[in-house]
Design a protein around this ligand. Structure first.
Ligand code: BDR
Ligand code: CA
Length: 318
């Protein structure tokens, strides 16, 4: 199989780091470039963490660039209570000799997409500010985008608020712009994100693994475990954003449905993804009031052990 051309948009971030390690290691994925955005940590930290993780992965020279340092409207609000002040939890890595390109990641994405001889799959693992700016500034670029796979949203519980998932909550307008762009979208939300975990025993054993990547994975997974006060799936060693990358190469492990979705932009529900799971047309549909919703393929369930295995095997850690 010819590897799938992919651009990652990240806010590295504990689980973005896991996603980068997985994407770079998988033979069916070709990472054309990485675009950074403020989210889990400041833009500067996200860029530096991304470069350092590429070192750990022993990755080839993948272009990295910095994009938006704040959401379209609101100030940036880092998730340091989850990812630590530096963004990688307890993982400490030496500075990288790699450098980010001296251009905006919006420009990097535009170049990579327009130069690709095959349509590119965008994998958004962060607030969607960069993607919204790209699609607004260069709408024609959509013609060479295969689809946008995004980690974000939820058809049930939230995390940033009771109902809103962090990436969409951090920049709801950006997520709404992306959904409205006309590019096919695939939502890997909290419904599946919160299911794929690696056992504490395996994660702890990796802390003394013989490879840098193995030890880094151990530290990243145990960081999440340390946050939890109970043993629900949400507090095992979640692979998090890496699950959205698994969806590229093993979609069969997911149960998905194409559903109408929209982003709540105001009130207490700001940042919530409303997912219409009804099996029958309601009054809003009957009276023509439901036209503004976008059809999105939504992942609703996952064979979690299968993705956990895929992750570990791809990194040679099983
Ligand atoms: C998402 O927000 C961030 O904390 C994680 O990196 C993930 O992308 C989960 O809500
Ligand atoms: Ca992320």
């Amino acid at each position: 199989m010819t590897p799938l051309p992919v651009i990652l948009d990240v806010d590295t971030g504990v689980d973005d780091a896991l996603a980068i390690l997985f994407a770079v290691a998988h033979p069916d994925i070709e990472v054309l470039g990485i675009s950074c955005v403020a989210g889990n940590a400041s833009l500067e930290r996200v860029v530096e963490n991304t470069l350092r993780i590429l070192d750990v992965a022993n990755a080839p020279d993948i272009p990295v660039a910095a994009g938006a340092r704040r959401p379209l409207i609101e100030p940036a609000r880092a998730a340091s209570h989850v990812h630590g002040e530096g963004g990688l939890g307890t993982l400490r890595l030496p500075p990288s000799s790699r450098e980010a390109l001296p251009i905006s990641s919006i420009e990097l994405m535009r170049r990579l997409i327009s130069e690709s001889d095959r349509p590119v799959t965008m994998v958004a693992l962060a607030p969607q500010t960069n993607l919204a700016l790209l699609l607004r500034q260069y709408p024609d670029i959509a013609g060479n985008i295969e689809r946008i796979v995004f980690m974000g949203g939820s058809a049930s519980v939230g995390n940033a608020t009771a109902v809103a998932e962090f990436n969409v909550w951090h920049d709801p307008e950006a997520a709404a712009i992306v959904l409205d762009s006309g590019v096919p979208t695939f939502m890997y939300g909290l419904d599946v994100f919160n299911q794929v975990g690696i056992d504490e025993g395996i994660a702890s054993a990796l802390l003394t693994h013989e490879t840098d990547a193995g030890r880094a994975v151990g530290a990243l997974l145990t960081n999440r475990i340390a946050l939890g006060s109970d043993k629900s799936a949400e507090y095992t060693g979640l692979i998090g954003d890496a699950g959205a990358v698994c969806a590229l190469v093993d979609p069969g492990a997911l149960r998905t449905e194409v559903r109408p979705v929209r982003v709540q932009l105001s009130g207490f529900g700001r940042g919530q993804t409303l997912v219409d799971l009804r099996r029958w047309p309601g009054e809003d549909v009957v009276h023509g009031l439901a036209d503004e919703w976008e059809m999105v393929e939504v992942a609703l369930n996952v064979d979690a052990p299968r993705y956990a295995r895929l992750f570990l095997e791809t990194l040679g850690l099983a």
